[in-house]
Design a protein around this ligand. Structure first.
Ligand code: PAF
Length: 279
């Protein structure tokens, strides 16, 4: 496994591999890797000759400076884990390397960025667009892999790929959970023990909710989920929405003919967790 820190070196290395006829997959990450990331790397390696994993805590997607400051950074551990799991190239640039000057690009992802995470974290998806487009430009992968925990992010990135005519396939991968049901996230390591103990309540309530669609209207169920999660004194719901899986439009009626996804953001103390479930 090779570690590359410069964009130009990454581009020439990958270009050479592609000239040799190799297919290339990219797994963009912000490090602090867990089993969820590793499942992306394994899927990437199964589908491509070469797996590239980027590890970069992207400052432009943090709308909260404290969140950026406390985001876990564990590069040595990440590199050791990637080495064991089939990664061929780690791209771990500095902030100066990715942003030698301010990135003033403003994307318009339309409706999919205007709701849920987009509404609660202004500028977040613009920052995601900035870094992911830079990574796509540098690697020009055949495929790129993203976890479905960040369900809305996948919709935003698909929108970007279409708008900017990137010639690559976006491969969404399933959420990986801890044994107690908590969706794996780099932020889980920041949870104080009592909050960590109570955080699986989020998934438990979402699972229970999928059994109640014949008993409650969409709005009633939204209220039920919010109240059930909030009953736990360690958790506070920021939003719970049920949307369709492509346009992210609010579902009004269970009879609508589309795939319905319940998306939640919850504060566990200062740490913000997101999760989702298909109804
Ligand atoms: O999902 C993430 O970890 C980040 O948003 C991503 C896609 C690596 C961009 O920084």
């Amino acid at each position: 496994m090779n570690i590359i820190t410069k964009k130009a070196e990454l581009t020439t290395t990958i270009e050479k591999l592609k000239q040799e006829g190799k297919t290339v997959g990219l797994v963009p990450t912000m490090g602090a890797l867990h089993e969820g990331h590793i499942s992306l790397v394994k899927t990437c390696k199964e589908g491509n000759d070469v797996a590239v994993v980027s590890v970069f805590v992207n400052p432009t997607q943090f709308n909260d400076k404290e969140d950026l400051k406390r985001y876990p950074r564990t590069l040595d551990k990440d590199v050791a884990l990637l080495e064991k799991n089939g990664c061929d190239y780690v791209f771990a640039p500095s902030v100066e390397e990715m942003y030698p000057e301010e990135d003033t690009r403003v994307f318009n992802f339309g409706y999919v960025e205007s709701v849920m995470e987009g509404a609660k974290r202004p500028g977040h998806f613009n920052g995601v667009g900035q870094i992911v487009s830079k990574l796509f430009d540098a690697v020009q992968p055949h495929r790129a892999y993203f976890g479905m925990k960040d369900f809305q992010q996948v919709a935003v990135i698909k929108n970007m790929v279409k708008q900017l005519h990137y010639n690559l396939e976006i491969v969404p991968c399933p959420i990986i959970r801890e044994a107690d049901g908590l969706a794996m996230s780099s932020r889980n390591t920041l949870l104080e023990p009592e909050y960590r103990k109570n955080a699986p309540h989020i998934h438990a309530v979402l699972q229970e909710a999928t059994k109640l669609t014949s008993e409650m209207s969409v709005d009633e169920l939204k209220q039920w989920v919010t109240e059930e999660i909030n009953k736990n004194p360690y958790l506070e719901v920021e939003y719970f929405e049920i949307v369709d899986d492509t346009e992210l439009k609010t579902i009004r009626d269970w009879k609508e003919n589309n795939v319905k996804v319940g998306c939640v953001a919850v504060y566990a103390g200062k740490i913000r967790l997101i999760d989702n479930i298909v109804f």
